[in-house]
Design a protein around this ligand. Structure first.
Ligand SMILES: [Zn+2]
Length: 179
Protein backbone atom coordinates (compact mmCIF):
# COMPACT_ATOMS: atom_id res chain seq x y z
CA UNK A 1 0.00 0.00 0.00
CA UNK A 2 1.27 3.47 -0.93
CA UNK A 3 1.63 5.85 1.99
CA UNK A 4 -0.63 8.36 0.22
CA UNK A 5 -3.49 5.81 0.15
CA UNK A 6 -3.13 5.04 3.83
CA UNK A 7 -5.86 6.60 5.96
CA UNK A 8 -3.60 6.53 9.04
CA UNK A 9 -0.80 8.38 7.21
CA UNK A 10 -3.35 11.02 6.29
CA UNK A 11 -4.64 11.21 9.86
CA UNK A 12 -1.13 11.29 11.36
CA UNK A 13 0.10 14.05 9.05
CA UNK A 14 -3.07 16.13 9.21
CA UNK A 15 -4.14 15.51 5.57
CA UNK A 16 -7.44 14.26 7.03
CA UNK A 17 -9.24 15.99 9.91
CA UNK A 18 -9.14 14.27 13.31
CA UNK A 19 -9.60 14.94 17.01
CA UNK A 20 -5.90 15.42 17.71
CA UNK A 21 -4.75 15.15 21.33
CA UNK A 22 -0.98 15.20 20.83
CA UNK A 23 1.50 15.80 18.01
CA UNK A 24 5.27 16.11 17.62
CA UNK A 25 7.57 15.69 14.62
CA UNK A 26 7.39 11.86 14.80
CA UNK A 27 4.05 10.93 16.35
CA UNK A 28 0.38 11.93 16.38
CA UNK A 29 -2.27 10.79 18.87
CA UNK A 30 -5.97 11.17 18.07
CA UNK A 31 -9.28 10.13 19.60
CA UNK A 32 -10.61 6.97 17.94
CA UNK A 33 -14.03 7.69 16.42
CA UNK A 34 -14.88 3.97 16.88
CA UNK A 35 -13.68 3.72 20.48
CA UNK A 36 -13.59 0.56 22.59
CA UNK A 37 -14.25 2.97 25.47
CA UNK A 38 -14.52 6.78 25.60
CA UNK A 39 -11.09 8.43 25.18
CA UNK A 40 -9.64 5.44 23.32
CA UNK A 41 -6.53 6.98 21.71
CA UNK A 42 -4.75 5.95 18.52
CA UNK A 43 -1.05 6.79 18.71
CA UNK A 44 0.59 6.64 15.27
CA UNK A 45 3.96 7.33 13.65
CA UNK A 46 3.82 9.99 10.93
CA UNK A 47 6.04 7.74 8.80
CA UNK A 48 4.26 4.80 7.13
CA UNK A 49 5.52 1.73 9.02
CA UNK A 50 3.44 -1.38 9.65
CA UNK A 51 4.85 -2.98 12.79
CA UNK A 52 6.79 -2.04 15.91
CA UNK A 53 9.99 -3.81 14.78
CA UNK A 54 10.13 -1.57 11.68
CA UNK A 55 10.02 1.76 13.52
CA UNK A 56 13.18 3.85 13.46
CA UNK A 57 14.90 3.87 16.87
CA UNK A 58 14.06 7.51 17.66
CA UNK A 59 10.37 6.91 16.88
CA UNK A 60 10.24 3.73 18.95
CA UNK A 61 11.85 5.52 21.92
CA UNK A 62 9.43 8.41 21.58
CA UNK A 63 6.47 5.98 21.62
CA UNK A 64 7.46 4.76 25.08
CA UNK A 65 7.54 8.25 26.53
CA UNK A 66 4.42 9.49 24.75
CA UNK A 67 2.45 6.40 25.87
CA UNK A 68 3.54 6.97 29.48
CA UNK A 69 2.50 10.62 29.42
CA UNK A 70 -0.79 10.02 27.60
CA UNK A 71 -1.71 7.30 30.09
CA UNK A 72 -0.89 9.69 32.96
CA UNK A 73 -3.09 12.33 31.33
CA UNK A 74 -6.00 9.90 31.01
CA UNK A 75 -5.60 8.61 34.57
CA UNK A 76 -5.59 12.15 35.92
CA UNK A 77 -8.39 13.66 33.84
CA UNK A 78 -10.81 10.74 33.40
CA UNK A 79 -10.01 8.63 36.47
CA UNK A 80 -10.45 5.21 34.81
CA UNK A 81 -9.94 2.14 37.00
CA UNK A 82 -7.31 0.79 34.62
CA UNK A 83 -5.85 1.28 31.16
CA UNK A 84 -4.58 -0.99 28.39
CA UNK A 85 -1.82 -0.14 25.96
CA UNK A 86 -2.27 -2.48 23.04
CA UNK A 87 -0.31 -3.10 19.83
CA UNK A 88 -1.24 -5.66 17.16
CA UNK A 89 1.68 -6.65 14.90
CA UNK A 90 0.42 -8.47 11.83
CA UNK A 91 -3.03 -9.54 10.65
CA UNK A 92 -2.93 -12.78 12.67
CA UNK A 93 -2.43 -10.68 15.83
CA UNK A 94 -5.51 -8.60 15.06
CA UNK A 95 -3.95 -5.73 13.09
CA UNK A 96 -6.49 -4.32 10.63
CA UNK A 97 -4.41 -1.86 8.56
CA UNK A 98 -0.71 -1.83 7.65
CA UNK A 99 0.09 1.34 9.64
CA UNK A 100 1.50 0.93 13.13
CA UNK A 101 -0.97 1.91 15.86
CA UNK A 102 -0.59 1.90 19.62
CA UNK A 103 -4.02 1.85 21.25
CA UNK A 104 -4.39 3.55 24.63
CA UNK A 105 -7.68 2.36 26.12
CA UNK A 106 -9.05 3.54 29.48
CA UNK A 107 -10.75 0.69 31.37
CA UNK A 108 -13.75 0.62 33.67
CA UNK A 109 -15.48 -2.11 35.71
CA UNK A 110 -17.93 -4.02 33.52
CA UNK A 111 -16.89 -2.33 30.24
CA UNK A 112 -17.09 -5.69 28.43
CA UNK A 113 -13.60 -5.54 26.90
CA UNK A 114 -11.68 -8.80 27.17
CA UNK A 115 -7.88 -8.86 26.91
CA UNK A 116 -7.53 -12.23 28.62
CA UNK A 117 -4.30 -13.99 27.63
CA UNK A 118 -4.21 -17.79 27.55
CA UNK A 119 -1.89 -19.59 29.98
CA UNK A 120 -0.73 -22.79 28.31
CA UNK A 121 1.31 -25.53 29.95
CA UNK A 122 4.92 -25.65 28.68
CA UNK A 123 7.59 -28.33 29.22
CA UNK A 124 10.58 -26.97 31.11
CA UNK A 125 12.96 -28.54 28.52
CA UNK A 126 11.20 -26.64 25.75
CA UNK A 127 11.45 -23.40 27.72
CA UNK A 128 15.19 -24.04 28.32
CA UNK A 129 15.76 -24.72 24.61
CA UNK A 130 13.90 -21.57 23.62
CA UNK A 131 15.84 -19.54 26.15
CA UNK A 132 19.20 -20.75 24.75
CA UNK A 133 18.07 -20.13 21.19
CA UNK A 134 17.04 -16.53 21.94
CA UNK A 135 20.12 -15.77 24.05
CA UNK A 136 22.40 -16.80 21.16
CA UNK A 137 21.06 -13.91 19.12
CA UNK A 138 20.38 -11.31 21.80
CA UNK A 139 23.84 -9.72 21.46
CA UNK A 140 22.86 -8.53 18.01
CA UNK A 141 20.29 -6.33 19.66
CA UNK A 142 21.78 -5.66 23.10
CA UNK A 143 25.61 -5.90 22.83
CA UNK A 144 26.11 -5.22 26.57
CA UNK A 145 23.70 -7.94 27.72
CA UNK A 146 25.19 -10.54 30.08
CA UNK A 147 23.65 -13.53 31.82
CA UNK A 148 24.73 -14.84 35.22
CA UNK A 149 25.52 -18.32 33.76
CA UNK A 150 28.40 -16.92 31.69
CA UNK A 151 31.57 -18.38 33.13
CA UNK A 152 34.37 -16.40 31.50
CA UNK A 153 34.80 -12.68 31.57
CA UNK A 154 34.83 -11.55 27.97
CA UNK A 155 34.87 -8.11 26.47
CA UNK A 156 31.90 -6.91 24.47
CA UNK A 157 34.15 -7.02 21.37
CA UNK A 158 35.04 -10.69 22.00
CA UNK A 159 31.42 -11.58 22.59
CA UNK A 160 30.30 -9.77 19.44
CA UNK A 161 33.01 -11.65 17.52
CA UNK A 162 31.65 -15.01 18.74
CA UNK A 163 27.99 -14.19 18.37
CA UNK A 164 25.62 -15.87 15.99
CA UNK A 165 25.54 -13.60 12.95
CA UNK A 166 22.04 -12.37 12.14
CA UNK A 167 20.28 -13.67 9.09
CA UNK A 168 18.45 -11.20 6.92
CA UNK A 169 15.18 -10.72 8.72
CA UNK A 170 12.21 -10.51 6.44
CA UNK A 171 9.75 -8.34 8.35
CA UNK A 172 7.93 -7.78 5.05
CA UNK A 173 6.39 -11.24 5.37
CA UNK A 174 4.35 -9.83 8.28
CA UNK A 175 3.17 -6.77 6.36
CA UNK A 176 2.43 -8.78 3.18
CA UNK A 177 -0.45 -10.40 5.04
CA UNK A 178 -2.43 -7.21 4.45
CA UNK A 179 -2.12 -7.33 0.67
ZN1 LIG B 1 0.33 4.82 6.65
Amino acid sequence: MEATQCIFCNLATGQMPSKKIYEDELITAILDIYPANPAHLLVMPKEHKAIFAQLPKATAERFGLVAKKLSELIFRVLRPEGLNIFIANGAIAGQKAPHFIMHVIPRFQGDGINFEIAEKEAKIDDVDALCSKLRKDVLNYFPEQKFEEEKEEKSVEQRLEERKKPKNIDLDRITKMFE
